[in-house]
Design a binder for this molecule. Structure first.
Ligand code: AMP
Ligand code: GLY
Length: 424
């Protein structure tokens, strides 16, 4: 089989690594890819939003399966563009990807189908939002409706902050048209857990749980980022929590989408808050998490192509999804200054240390091959260093050991990924 992966981050590198393990696959392409993905796939210089070019490439190259890694093309309808050409593609179509593409849609869906989530109101005009805030309890959460690179959520402690947030999102349009609508939501406290799942339109199979660290600095300080590190599984995702989520969240979400005439095929990523009143949905995503994929996929025992084909064909009920009985930790190596401003173009040294090391992975996010043939930094999040271990403690020690094998100027990382867990 020939497989095309669309995207260019650590998530797509982790997907490519899983695809490369499949006995069914002869050749992998990635558009646009990055320097690390280029070591196991042929990178083609087509952007993830260039749907026509992607579909033409898939046709001319006789690609058997295209896997969409990123949210923007999914929400924009890349799957519809491929299907219109009779091409086989893994991911939700535009009608289903709205689950991630519009927070107002997903909140209304949860309300209609009694799926536990924070209480909320949707607004499409700032005056009404401001009037509502006057009587609302603080802290409160403001969310731009559309995609905003993971930055469209503001947690406001005071009425003044909340008013300034409405100004930013709806009036100054800091997140562009993503702020045409806004969700105002009750603030929840508890443990956050990410649960990724495969879905075939009617059946859902849950992957091993994970947890992200979104803040830039140790101790969950600093600005929100795309994610500075992850671990899997989460000890807070207990059997009891799983039973509840299976019954009240996972299958009900799949059934709700089908009932709305938007059957979902692909990955649903449930962002959950385990509150005192039980698990509630923080958000849905319509793709693998990044860096969640970097700890979940290395632990998956199944052939990923078989699972993805079952999602497309509606035969997921016949798949026995299995994960290794161990743990994994991913520490992101970033460019100092991320997520605000940072320099690029520094040579990444030590990549060869990962060759032939079982249980250690160096996933590339922001890297590129320069004109001199050197791999250099090319983004805020540069690499995801993942290691497995018998348990989280061992995986964590292994991952931090492996971060020392890599060196580049302005290398920055958090030192407490998974640490709260050791102490829990
Ligand atoms: P989201 O993009 O919706 O996952 O939001 C980003 C982050 O904001 C989440 O990972 C949470 O840490 C936080 N967050 C979102 N919604 C809420 C809420 N209702 N209560 C508390 N924290 C929230
Ligand atoms: N790590 C969070 C996300 O992928 O949305």
């Amino acid at each position: 089989m020939k497989v095309l992966i669309v995207g260019s981050g650590g998530r797509e590198h982790a997907i490519a690594m899983s695809v490369a393990k499949s006995s069914k696959v002869d050749k992998i392409y990635c558009a646009p890819g990055n320097a690390g993905i280029g070591q196991i796939a042929e990178c083609v210089p087509i952007g993830a939003m260039e749907f026509d070019k992607l579909a033409t490439f898939a046709k001319e190259t006789a690609i058997d399966l295209t896997i969409i890694g990123m949210d923007d093309p999914l929400v924009g309808g890349v799957v519809d563009a491929f299907e219109a050409e009779g091409l086989r593609v893994f991911g939700p179509n535009k009608a289903a990807a709205i689950l991630e593409g519009s927070k107002a849609f997903s909140k209304d869906l949860m309300k209609k189908y009694n799926i536990p989530t924070a209480a909320y109101e949707n607004f499409d005009n700032p005056e009404a939002a401001l009037a509502y805030l006057e009587t609302a309890k603080m802290p409160i959460v403001l969310k731009a409706d559309g995609l905003a690179l993971g930055k469209g959520v503001l947690i406001c402690n005071t009425l003044e902050e909340a008013k300034a947030g409405v100004q930013e999102i709806m009036m100054d349009k800091k997140f562009g048209s993503a702020g045409n609508q806004m969700v105002v939501e009750e603030f929840m406290t508890g443990r956050e857990v990410s649960v990724l799942s495969y879905v075939d339109g009617k059946t859902i199979k849950i992957m091993s749980s994970a947890q992200d660290h979104k803040r830039a600095k140790d101790g969950d300080q600093g600005l929100n980022t795309g994610g500075m590190g992850t671990f899997s599984p989460s000890p807070f995702y207990t059997k009891e929590v799983d039973d509840f989520c299976q019954k009240y969240i996972f299958q009900p979400t799949v059934d709700a989408m089908a009932a709305e005439g938007r059957p979902f095929k692909g990955i649903i990523f449930f962002g959950l808050m385990i509150t005192e009143d039980g698990p509630k949905v923080l958000e849905y995503n319509a793709r693998f998490g990044d860096p969640e994929a970097q700890v979940v996929l290395p632990r998956m025992k199944n052939d990923i192509i078989e699972v993805m084909e079952a999602c497309i064909d509606g035969t997921l009920d016949q798949i026995d999804l299995q994960f290794e009985d161990n743990a994994a930790v991913c520490v992101v190596l970033a460019s100092d200054g991320y997520p605000v401003s940072y320099q690029k173009g520094f040579e990444i040294k030590g990549l060869e240390n990962f060759e032939d090391k079982d249980g250690y992975y160096c996933f590339h996010a922001g890297s590129k091959l320069n004109d001199e043939g050197k791999i250099v930094t090319n983004g805020g999040r540069v690499l995801g260093i993942t290691a497995k271990g018998a348990d989280l403690k061992e995986a964590r020690a292994n991952a931090y050991k492996a971060t020392e094998w890599i060196d580049f100027e302005n290398k920055y990382m958090r030192h407490d990924i998974g640490k709260a867990i050791d102490e829990a």
